[in-house]
Design a protein around this ligand. Structure first.
Ligand code: DAT
Length: 181
């Protein structure tokens, strides 16, 4: 099935680490029966690595391996008339045709500070991520990579805001299905 014939939309939830991508994506997927794809976990599980960056002390992502893996997941879900809710801190590497909505979660500095500290991030890694959030790196990346009309920025500081984001997505999905019936 080609992407233009999809019966269900796919959503990408993006944002700085700690903004609530995984929590939000799993709630949405659970409530509407879509498949949740935690891209970070997928990378680890399938070892989509292409060596190590010793300076940054991180693995180098094997994008081709990841995208091939995800392409077959998207195909499989489209064939089953099932949508995907993916979450990842970056958005530029995916083909535009995969997603119908890019939800960019944002959090206030003090909120993110607490979440990243609780996660056990060292000072350097925590501060780099706080700075990235202040500089709205993920939002700009999403706007540069996708049609601006499908990029939606929302707050994710409180449980109420998370619930509202989940509800908003559910309503959006229902409308998309009606519009594309
Ligand atoms: P991410 O996937 O963006 O790294 P997460 O979903 O793992 O973030 O959330 C990080 C922590 O913050 C986790 O303990 C859940 C909590 N959290 C996330 N969004 C929240 C929100 N809107 N209100 C309260 N807590 C939230």
């Amino acid at each position: 099935m080609s992407d233009t014939e999809r019966k269900r939309p796919n959503i990408l939830i993006t944002g700085t680490p700690g903004v609530g991508k995984t929590a939000t994506a799993s709630l949405i997927a659970e409530q509407i029966g879509f498949r949740h794809v935690n891209v970070g976990d997928l990378i680890k599980q399938h070892k989509c690595y292409d060596g190590r960056d010793e300076d940054l002390d991180t693995h180098i992502l094997d994008e081709d391996k990841l995208l091939d893996l995800m392409e077959s997941m998207f195909q499989e879900c489209a064939d089953e008339n099932k949508g995907i809710v993916a979450d990842y801190h970056s958005s530029e590497l995916f083909p535009e045709r995969w997603f119908d909505l890019i939800l960019v979660l944002r959090a206030r500095t003090e909120v993110l500070f607490d979440r990243l500290s609780q996660r056990g991030y060292g000072e350097k890694k925590r501060d780099e991520n706080l700075e990235a959030e202040i500089m709205q790196v993920c939002l700009d990346e999403a706007k540069e990579s996708y049609d601006k009309e499908i990029v939606v920025e929302v707050h994710s500081n409180t449980i109420e805001e998370m619930e509202s984001n989940v509800d908003r997505c559910k309503i959006w999905v229902e409308q998309w299905i009606k519009d594309n019936a």
